[in-house]
Design a protein around this ligand. Sequence first.
Ligand SMILES: Nc1ncnc2c1ncn2[C@@H]1O[C@H](COP(=O)(O)OP(=O)(O)OP(=O)(O)O)[C@@H](O)[C@H]1O
Ligand SMILES: [Mg+2]
Length: 348
Amino acid sequence: MTARLHTVGISKQYDSVTALSPTDLEVQDGEFLTLLGPSGSGKTTLLQIIAGLVEPSGGQLFISGKEATRTAAGERGIGMVFQSYALFPHLSVWENIAYPLRMRKMDKPAIAAAVKDALEMVQMGAYAHRLPRELSGGQQQRIALARCFVYKPSVILLDEPLGALDKKLREHMQSEIRKLHKELGATFIYVTHDQEEALNLSDRICLMNNSRIEQLGTPEDLYDRPASAFSAQFIGYSNLLPGTARRETDGSATLQHARYALPLRSDAKAGEVALVVRPEQAALCSPDDAYLKGAVTEVVFAGSDYRVLVDIGGDEPFLLRCGRRDAPAVGDVVGLRWNAGHTAVVHV
Ligand SMILES: Nc1ncnc2c1ncn2[C@@H]1O[C@H](COP(=O)(O)OP(=O)(O)OP(=O)(O)O)[C@@H](O)[C@H]1O
Ligand SMILES: [Mg+2]
């Protein structure tokens, strides 16, 4: 099967700034792929190259197996939604959504039917005659989505479309976007710097750092098997315990450090590494059985559980999560333990 879209060594240079290093990316038909990464990592640049809004400095773009590197933006069959809704302020909701269809010279009854469907899809049927300024931010964003979806592009690019919304509305719109993706069966490439949003929405996440792809995989891949310290810290919270990984004569592996010697999963490679322990993987235990020991410095109520910080003598305290019944008190000396087979090891 050919990918819906793929790039070969695509790159962008602005004078001395590398906005995008040569990048190979394959996006499957109907996939929901998220570009995730910190500010300035090249997400928008990659999206705009795919859209045809930015000309790459090198490399090639293929859509459905055909080269489209120099194809005009309007001829790529790609829809785009931006962070700011960019609705036409003087046109009603109905006219805003009809606009791309009028541009495509669709006949009037077909336009009326398509606009009605698109409005229903985003549950805004009652607002057809309002002007954008008479809508809330979330409602305007839904109209912007309807205006993109109305002409049924088979590839839809969304650049931080929920960036301007508050948390509650973001979560609501996330589930709307998930539903729309299922209904349309289109390929979505979605940009965000919010890792929770990426985990919630995506079939795969393309984590970007410093103008290149840091790691590409399913949300579970990135969470359970981070490929680098950067991945481990960007997706969820990680306790990183540095040291030298050593293979023992019995085939096991250990992490050696001035302050501790810890078991590693048996397939860990030797060298300078960091052990990644997620807060929910660690549990309190009696100091005699502990991998690490320390005094509790902070206990913070987090709704369903407590976030507990333990001073383990390093630069950063160790974070774990404790149920409401077994949370320790500040000042308690506690032991920490986890299942070494479940933890990840990254090279540093
Ligand atoms: N037109 C331009 N001229 C010069 N440099 C640019 C231009 N557009 C982007 N850059 C630079 O390229 C790099 C990548 O920018 P890009 O907009 O792709 O980042 P991003 O990952 O989308 O960030 P954000 O999360 O802040 O939107 C940045 O260092 C940026 O300053
Ligand atoms: Mg951007």
